[in-house]
Design a protein around this ligand. Sequence first.
Ligand SMILES: NC(=O)c1ccc[n+]([C@@H]2O[C@H](COP(=O)([O-])OP(=O)(O)OC[C@H]3O[C@@H](n4cnc5c(N)ncnc54)[C@H](OP(=O)(O)O)[C@@H]3O)[C@@H](O)[C@H]2O)c1
Length: 335
Amino acid sequence: MSKKTLTWAVLGVGQISEIVAPAIGDSDWAVPYAVASRTLEKADGFARRHGFSRSYGSYEAVLEDPAVEVVYNPLPNWLHCDWTIRALEAGKHVLCEKPLAEDMAECRKMISVSRQCGRSLMEAFAYRFHPQTAKVKELVSQGCVGELRLIRSSLGFPLDFGRPNVRLEPSPGGGALMDVGCYCIHVMRYLTEEEPQAVLGRSLGVPESGVDLTFGGMMVFPGGCLGLFSGSFRTAPDFQLEIVGSRGRLLVPSPFKPDPTRSALRLEVEGKTRDVPVRNGGNLYRLQVDHFSRCVLEGRPLSLPLEDALGNMAVIEALRSSSRTGRETRPVLDG
Ligand SMILES: NC(=O)c1ccc[n+]([C@@H]2O[C@H](COP(=O)([O-])OP(=O)(O)OC[C@H]3O[C@@H](n4cnc5c(N)ncnc54)[C@H](OP(=O)(O)O)[C@@H]3O)[C@@H](O)[C@H]2O)c1
């Protein structure tokens, strides 16, 4: 009989691992098994809270456990590449948090190790697994708003600057472009099915550390669609996606964390407005764990291939470079 579930482990006890752990427990294709923290007591508490049977006081120990089949890597961005590669080399499949790496060189290394080791690796953009996102894609692909002309998106929230936060670390992995801007870029590339031919970026509020607190970007897609976005740690909660075409526009509430139980899209076409309901999707993190586990178990390709992570990083790098030089920049995928 073929195998029905995969045994999962989590690296680090942090904000997002507390949210994803119940999703691992709820999945019919995953077994919550082990957790590792730099502090054993933290791992013990996490294991008790979420029904994991093993807790370890080091990340190495999890990788040495032969029962672990999938590693979920929600470590700070500067540790994504190193611990993902170690997990792949230990024979584990890896679901790694977004952004996959700090730059394209790291992304390429991770992709190459994943292929050499014959283990699956995916960047965790959970919004892509919710039916709301599928409905948006369907409406746009059917031409409900006509030809795509403009996509506006923003993701912002007020970060508590009084406490240490991995997002403010002075590394290439820190800052608003990497933490939240990456979502806006991702959704625009998905909807246009194109890579931008030119980008212009600008960072604001750069403190001593050199980390951007707000990042604004413009992307020009070859088919004639313009993408405008902002990511920020300094705004009131701000989650937007607006798709404007030659005939109408589509407004998407909470595009990156859709409501698990209900949501409705607003479609305005040639002066008429209607709400488009979206079916109950459930928890987006569970949908992501289901997808990853099922693809590995059934030997199917993941719907977020590694080329997609590399493409997103190419745009991020071009935007960073543009912000430094003040000039329009072309993302470069090869080389
Ligand atoms: N998909 C989403 O919806 C979503 C949401 C939030 C964040 N994220 C991503 O998840 C990752 C982590 O974000 P987070 O908000 O969960 O961060 P966090 O709360 O700071 O957790 C990160 C964990 O990494 C471990 N760690 C190892 N070395 C560290 C170091 N030098 N400094 C700080 N922590 C260290 C710590 O766990 P131990 O002390 O237990 O070892 C820490 O709790 C990022 O890549 C972020 O982009 C994704």
